[in-house]
Design a protein around this ligand. Sequence first.
Ligand code: AHR
Length: 510
Amino acid sequence: MVKKGKLIINLDEVIGNINPNIYGHFAEHIGELIYPGIWVGEDSKIPNIEGIRKDLVEALKKIRPPVIRWPGGCFADAYHWMDGIGPREERPIRVSFWGDEETNQFGTDEFLKFCSMVGAEPYICLNVGSGSPEEARSWVEYCNYSGNSYYAQLRAKNGHPEPYRVKYWGVGNENWGCGGCFTPREYASEYRRFANFIKGFCVPFSEWGKIELIACGHTEREWNRILMESLRDYLYLVDHLSIHYYFHAYGGDIKFSDEDYFNLLLSIQQLEYHIWQAITVVDHFAEQRKNIGIVVDEWGVWYPEANLKSKFRQQNTLRDAILAASVLNLFNRYCRKVVMANISQLVNVLQALFLTEGSKLIVTPTYHVFDMYKYHMANDALKAEISSPIIKEPPSPPKPFFVSIPLRKLKPLAALDASVSINRERKELVITLVNRSLDEEVETEILLRGDREMEDGRKIILTASDVREFNDFDAPERVKPSEETIRARDKGFVYMAPPHSVNTLIVKLK
Ligand code: AHR
């Protein structure tokens, strides 16, 4: 018997506006991400624009990247930005956090050029762990000051007289761990010092532009609580709180059991729990005075194949695309508080959107999800009620990677997962629907509640014969989306969601 589900869309119930930055990226100096994933140098045989891979720029532009976080990650708290400016042949080679010889060929000006080429906002992570407030302040001045100061002149000398106006600045990365092993109280006092000299009362706001600071949070509620408590009287210095979440140890990147597949998808509930706990903490301390957003500035799947030896490279299957689609649906549903998210990472590392081999570049199934979800950006998320067949009862608590992460009783896994948005003109609905069943299609009734009616539209479908399918350099298009039209009338239509598929349905309204 055909499995059945239902999606009721409430046109009059707006959850919030979907910040485009939810579809953000992360590019750390780690493995082969920067070299040669982004930077090949001007003299390379690999086609490039001022040293930056041309194929990457073209493919990235297509998905409209809103924001890119850089230079780390753990790399950031051991990075000194002055090493990466000025004539490239004079830049020092340093041993990076990850033990690599960092040539500093890709520094601040190259990163900001890359962002402008692809149309993304830059998000720079400052060095708190081994840096100083003075070093951080001068970096902001170098990027944003429009007057005649030493650092503004240096920027002009390096080819960019106009300030870059970088808006997003992270005050350290994972400062509870690789970013300095601070306690939350110690980090709070560092945060105050750093933020005060970047964003405090006497900082030339008008000159440096409006910047937003991101404080380092944790999946441990206690860290967030103590941090926010300690910063209670300094909330004017805090714009956002970040958390990181990696999905660890669910089989291998391409070799995994059905059980691993279901457990991976079930564990999205853990991420939801961590987002929820971070929201409760910031909302408690910020109260009416300030709306502090949650920034999930590292998220993604991390398989055992990705380690120091493999340069953090792993393959990316349709399973990863299904996970990414479900996580992005979750962020859309939490868009009232989740203001940015950055998948980890952009090229060649962890849940990458791109893989390179010499002059070749391929896109992964996860890339296609970002391409299919871009239609949500800046739309209003609508409340949608889903009823779905259940495909997996949760096992007794899954094995955690970090024992400190609290394990909760999970709810059963539903086949269908969705988020819905409406564009600003109120003329178009974007429905992203994931069918996570391994072998059964789901006949899904899509119904509109409200005084409008549906007209025809289009559907973009990402699936493959098996959830273990992936793209590689011999078959770069094994997993790719297809597009067809949809016949929608009156209050709805019935959509047959194929097994293990991600579906974007774009429907006109009248
Ligand atoms: O993404 C790889 C690393 O994972 C990052 O450098 C760090 O922030 C996280 O622990």
